[in-house]
Design a protein around this ligand. Structure first.
Ligand SMILES: [Fe+2]
Length: 290
């Protein structure tokens, strides 16, 4: 049957670009505050990166890594009350693995970031560095979901913004295993520092009151937890996708709904200003709730 209707975007993926579409990716990223780069690594390369991460996770559990790389937590076993160790995070992985470091410093990535925010540095050996995250709904002690925040709110007193966060997905995301929720364009609002938050965290002295790419106030307050936000969309990723988001973008992560679902990724950030040299985690406010 023929139709006179204009082409539909239904079924099209929004904000997803190939390595030969870096101009389009940049335009989308600057306009919306996030974008996905798909196809930077082939499957054997991805498998090698994934293996590096899981090896570090095993080494952490075996006590073979310095404790600063881990938040090894004791969680209740589902069927008995006995406990077992599990590591949802391996912190600051790039000094531990040259292959992972080379991957996140891929020339395509650093050239793109240079165009977006200018001179920048990869966060390593300060804050949490580049982190391997393994989110599982059955292991809720450490990481299952995170409430609304903008990354800059974790350190509104530091002169390291703007910044670009990246997430390399080893597992495709879905409602089954959890996914990123974003508010497109919210990086352009002047968002307040979290003077109110569910953690009761103290906003550090010297913090700026608001930040964003304009002086336009946010049209409504950022929710404290996981509430629906007008205009939010899901930023689903496929295996191997590199998802970028701006540090001023409002985002949250939805918890998995399927028992046993796994969501693993490597995430970190490129920052502007002078590199930091503080101890891991020092000076940073924990964002939102889990
Ligand atoms: Fe975040």
């Amino acid at each position: 049957m023929t139709t006179l209707l204009p082409p539909s975007t239904i079924g099209a993926e929004v904000g997803v670009f190939a390595p030969h579409q870096l101009d389009e990716l940049r335009d989308f990223y600057l306009r919306e505050g996030f974008a996905i780069l798909r196809g930077l690594w082939d499957e054997p390369e991805l498998a090698a990166l994934e293996a590096s991460c899981t090896r570090l996770q095993e080494q952490l559990l075996a006590g073979e890594l310095d404790e600063r790389h881990g938040t090894t937590t004791l969680v209740d076993d589902e069927d008995g009350g006995r406990t077992q160790e599990f590591a949802n995070y391996v912190v600051d992985v790039t000094p531990l693995d040259a292959g992972l470091r080379a991957a996140v410093l891929h020339p395509t990535i650093t050239a793109a970031v240079q165009r977006w925010i200018g001179p920048h540095w990869l966060r390593e050996e300060s804050g949490f560095g580049v982190v391997y995250q393994d989110a599982r709904p059955g292991r809720e002690s450490s990481y299952t979901r995170i409430g609304w925040h903008a990354d800059w709110q974790s350190a509104p007193h530091l002169d390291i913004w703007p910044s670009v966060a990246f997430t390399l997905h080893f597992d495709a995301t879905s409602p089954d295993n959890g996914f990123l929720r974003v508010v497109p364009g919210s990086h352009r609002w002047a968002t307040p520092a979290p003077f109110e938050n569910v953690n009761g965290a103290v906003v550090p002295d010297g913090s700026v009151p608001v930040a964003g790419y304009s002086s336009e106030p946010a049209p409504f307050p950022m929710p404290l937890r996981f509430e629906k936000v007008r205009g939010e969309v899901a930023a689903y990723a496929e295996r191997g996708d590199l998802l970028f988001h701006d540090a001023y973008l409002w985002h949250s992560a939805a918890r998995a709904t399927a028992d046993g679902a796994i969501r693993r990724h490597l995430r970190g950030g490129f920052y502007s200003g002078a590199p930091l040299h503080e101890a891991p985690g020092e000076h940073f406010v924990k964002n939102a709730a889990r």
